[in-house]
Design a protein around this ligand. Sequence first.
Ligand code: SAM
Length: 275
Amino acid sequence: MAALDGLPPLRDVIQRHGLDARKALGQNFLLDLNLTQKVARTAGSLEGATVFEVGPGPGGLTRAILALGAAKVIAVERDARCLPALAEIADHYPGRLEVIEGDALKTDFAALAPQGPVKIIANLPYNVGTQLLVNWLLPAQWPPFWQSLTLMFQKEVGQRIVAQEDDDHYGRLGVLCGWRTKAHMAFDISPQAFTPPPKVTSTVVHLTPNENPIPCAVDKLEKVTQAAFGQRRKMLRQSLKPLGGEALLLKADIDPQRRAETLSVEEFCRLANCL
Ligand code: SAM
């Protein structure tokens, strides 16, 4: 597919700037323009929106987001080698791309968020993806500063994000995501679509905030899910012993013989509220 923007093909950009992929930075570049556009489109209309992107790399997904009409992209990239390539994109879209060189895990995205709709779109580095997602889900203030998250993960992480009770992938991440968001897996991307190909299939997950999640303190919910899933095969009266065991479960009106993976998000919130 021809570039939407008249900028050079990504393979040329990578070669010209010597951007050989570094494993330590989770660099698996997506060069297929059909796919970068499909990822960006999964976020819905970008007109008038500010998009935060983590890890733009050579800028394939960044270019799709800008071509699809985002008012502005604020991109955080840790690898300084990518900055000249990104500067070429910024020149092509004057005033619409701001690149911050730094570690996304240390970036205060809420403080950078302007007025108006904010969406987050990223092909996340595998080593920090889950932690970034959790950071975006934990703020005391809810609904959060973002309207949606459109994120690429290893498929197994995507399955944990959307998992519900009685599903093998259900755990702390599924409870947190189910509590505060509506999440679905949009589509998979095979390893061959990336340069270099990763070992596993990737998946794009789209999350939007639940406007009114069940009232519950985040730290208590974390405590309960950590204890319950820390020993997921045991009965809850055993795994939750340090938090009150059987008495806590009876107070929350939950059968102490049940196991963590059978509890709904609502039941976990009830337990947290009884702590
Ligand atoms: N967006 C590009 C694409 O889709 O082809 C690159 C995605 S690649 C999977 C992950 C990118 O995240 C790399 O460019 C890498 O340098 C960057 N990165 C890795 N760790 C980071 C961190 N902690 N903060 C910001 N960027 C990071």
